[in-house]
Design a protein. Structure first.
Length: 535
């Protein structure tokens, strides 16, 4: 009977379909962080600005026509089968996500999708299989990206495409026969030009890889541009007067140059700038006045430099700063209150030389909702890192990407910080003498929940110990009641007894010898006295 029940249980588990198994692993998106409203038999799912990094763990309500709004999240990468749980979506909006990569099969399952918006992201290339699975697509918008290449055949399966928007990118040309199988699109907007510094749509200036050594070499002079791309040139110095006539800029891309010097006040006139790219240069330090005037800045990219020092209050004037990339530099420490005036939601400090990062004055200045990357640093998982571990555990809204792998000491190397127990990271100080009573007692609590740990070398610990008077310490000194086990007690008693017996024998012998000596000394005198008496 028992075997029959067991067989039926196994059969019921194995008979689950993949969709049923998947549904158990996912949550319905309308019941989590998104708001859903049905209009004219179309369910609008509003997930804008909700902090999503992926949507594959959720699913949409079945049997309804959907419009999915994911604008303003952190979907920097679309993985394979990212939208496999959203088969009834007809319109998908993904603008302002910092999207950099769309992997093959990301749009699998979207067979009814007709409208796709990818504008205002960081896409650089459209690959041949980027839009695979979107045979019903009619409207594709990918303007305001950094697309510089479209592979041949990228649009070959979009046979129903009617509207294509690729303006305000870095395209110099389009591949031949790009619309070979597209059935007469009705509206195409693709602004391209091969000449340096020609305005694209009166907004975008493309001067990348033009062998420029100075911004003043721009020819012809741009008039009120919105975006200026100067990547891949030979700029070494940004002079104070280089950008005084470009106050209309909202995006300035100076990445992958040789910039080592930025004169004070160089960005002072760029009050409308929202994105600044300084990645891939030779910048060594960041001063307090470097970013003066950039009160509208939201995205700052400083990765892949050689930055060693950051002055206090460097970012305090950037009140609207939301994203800061400082990864792949040479930072070992950060000054107090360095992020105090910002609104950071994404911070990348990976690939630096941090072994320790203070919470007080640095991490506790960050906003409650932040995604922080601390990977590829030589973290020293000893007592000093306990404050960081507590901050990670107590902050329910902050996300540390992929955890913190320890580099030292050797017994913790390669392990994630959050997986280590507190006593393994910071054991009891070896200077404290062991308790004489071998019975197990509860260890004293050195760190309460919600407070920073006290290390043996910290001033707080020394002050707390020095504040105890001698009388108090004596009052709290435990009484000693040693219990000696029999295997040790018997030999000890035998030694003591032997010593006592030897001492008694020695005293007796000496006393007896002393008596005999006195008798021997007295015998001649007695004999002489007898002789004299007889005479």
């Amino acid at each position: 009977m028992l075997s029959g029940v067991l067989f039926l249980s196994v059969l019921s588990v194995t008979s689950l379909t993949p969709s049923e198994t998947q549904s158990r692993k996912t949550k319905e998106i309308c019941k989590s962080r998104c708001s859903c409203e049905e209009r004219r038999n179309i369910l609008n799912i509003n997930c804008e600005n909700k902090g999503f990094t992926t949507v594959s763990k959720f699913q949409a309500p079945p049997n309804k026509i959907l419009q999915l709004f994911l604008n303003g999240n952190f979907l920097s990468r679309l993985s394979t089968n990212e939208f496999v749980n959203y088969g009834n979506v007809t319109s998908l909006y993904l603008r302002n996500n910092g999207l950099q990569e769309i992997r093959t099969g990301a749009f699998n399952g979207l067979r009814f999708l007709k409208q796709l918006s990818l504008n205002n992201n960081n896409l650089e290339v459209i690959k041949k299989d980027t839009f695979s699975g979107l045979e019903s697509l009619e409207y594709l918008q990918a303007d305001y990206n950094y697309i510089s290449a479209i592979e041949p055949g990228a649009l070959i399966k979009l046979k129903k495409l009617k509207v294509l928007i690729l303006s305000d990118n870095l395209l110099l040309s389009l591949p031949p026969n790009i619309f070979l199988f597209v059935i007469s699109p009705t509206w195409i907007y693709v602004a391209t030009d091969s000449r340096c510094c020609r305005l694209l749509g009166n907004l975008n200036i493309n001067c990348q890889k033009r062998n420029l050594h100075n911004i003043r070499e721009l020819n012809p002079k741009p008039s009120s541009p919105k975006k200026l791309h100067l990547t891949g040139n030979y700029l070494q110095v940004i002079y104070r007067t280089d950008l005084t006539e470009h106050s209309s800029l909202e995006l300035l891309h100076l990445g992958n140059n040789r910039i080592a010097v930025i004169q004070e006040g160089a960005f002072e006139n760029l009050t409308k700038l929202r994105r600044l790219y300084l990645n891939g240069n030779y910048i060594k330090s960041l001063s307090q006045s470097l970013f003066a005037g950039l009160q509208s800045l939201q995205y700052l990219y400083l990765e892949y430099n050689i930055i060693k020092d950051i002055s206090p209050q460097t970012f305090n004037a950037l009140h609207n700063l939301q994203l800061l990339f400082l990864n792949n530099n040479r930072l070992r420490s950060l000054p107090d209150n360095v992020f105090g005036g910002t609104m950071l939601t994404i911070l990348n400090l990976g690939n630096n030389h941090f072994s320790y990062l203070p919470v007080r004055g640095v991490l506790d200045q960050l906003s409650a909702f932040i995604q922080i990357d601390l990977q590829e640093n030589p973290w020293d998982c000893t007592c000093d890192i306990m404050a960081l571990k507590n901050w990670m555990e107590l902050s329910s809204t902050s996300v540390v990407v992929n955890g913190i792998p320890c580099d030292s000491p050797s017994e913790h190397a390669g392990r994630l910080l959050h997986s280590l127990r507190n006593e393994a990271i910071c054991p009891e100080p070896s200077e404290v003498p062991p308790q004489p009573n071998p019975t197990p007692t509860k260890a004293p609590t050195l760190m309460g929940s919600g407070t920073e740990p006290t290390t043996p070398s910290s001033s707080s610990s020394s002050s707390s110990f020095s504040s105890v008077s001698p009388t108090e310490s004596q009052m709290h000194t435990p009484e000693l009641h040693p219990e000696v086990p029999p295997p040790v007690l018997i030999p000890c008693l035998f030694v003591v007894f032997t010593c006592l017996a030897s001492f008694v024998v020695l005293v007796f012998v000496r006393k007896h010898l002393w008596i005999n000596l006195r008798r021997a000394a007295a015998w001649p005198r007695r004999s002489l006295r007898r002789c004299c008496i007889k005479t």
